[in-house]
Design a protein around this ligand. Structure first.
Ligand SMILES: [Zn+2]
Length: 174
C-alpha cells in the first residue's frame, strides 16, 4: 500500500530533490513515475508495464491516470538526465529501470539463449566498483567537453552460466 504523495514541496522529499537536482519540474506525474521505479529498483518495465502498474496505483491512491503520451515523454526525459536506465531486451523492447543515486554504470548480462537480463554487481564484486569509477570519469570528461544528458548502458552479452551448463549436459557425447 503506497501512501498518497504529499503535495508539499518538502525539502526532505528525496524524489522531489532528485527531480530538482536534474533540472526537472516537480510535477505529480514525474514524482509518481520516478517514485514507482525507485520503489521497485530490481524490476525493469516496458512502457506498457509501467503504464499498467501506475494505473493500478492511481486507482488505489485516487490519483489521475497518466495518459500514454505524457508517460512516454516523462520516461524519455528521466532517461535523458540519467535517472532511469534504458535497456533494449532480446526482443528489441525498451525496458526502464531506476538508476540508483550515485551509481554511474550498472553492468548487466543479457543471455542470448534464455534472454534473461540479470544484474552483474554480485558476480563482478570488486570490479563493479572499478567499472563505476571508470564510468564516472568518462561521463565527467564528456561533460567537460560540453556533452549533455548522458546515460551509460553497460551490457555484457553472451550465454549465462546456467545455459552453458545445460548445453554441456545435453550436448555431451553419449
Ligand atoms: Zn541463459
Amino acid at each position: 500500500m503506497s501512501p498518497v504523495l504529499p503535495r508539499s514541496k518538502s525539502p526532505s522529499d528525496p524524489i522531489a530533490a532528485l527531480l530538482s537536482a536534474h533540472g526537472l519540474r516537480r510535477t505529480s506525474a514525474s514524482h509518481r513515475v520516478l517514485g514507482w521505479l525507485l520503489a521497485h529498483p530490481d524490476t525493469s518495465y516496458t512502457h506498457a508495464q509501467l503504464q499498467a502498474a501506475l494505473a493500478g496505483e492511481g486507482d488505489a491512491a485516487g490519483g489521475a491516470v497518466l495518459d500514454r503520451v505524457t508517460l512516454y515523454r516523462l520516461i524519455d526525459r528521466l532517461t535523458q538526465v540519467g535517472l532511469l536506465l534504458c535497456r533494449v531486451d532480446a526482443s528489441r523492447v525498451r525496458r526502464y529501470q531506476a538508476m540508483p543515486p550515485g551509481v554511474h554504470a550498472m553492468p548487466h548480462f543479457e543471455c542470448q539463449s534464455c534472454h534473461r537480463d540479470s544484474p552483474l554487481e554480485n558476480a563482478l564484486q570488486a570490479s563493479a566498483g572499478d567499472l563505476d569509477r571508470a564510468a564516472q570519469s568518462a561521463l565527467e570528461a564528456l561533460k567537460a567537453l560540453g556533452y549533455q544528458g548522458m546515460s551509460l548502458d553497460f551490457a555484457v552479452r553472451g550465454v549465462c552460466a546456467d545455459c552453458a551448463t545445460a548445453a554441456r549436459t545435453q550436448g555431451a557425447p553419449a
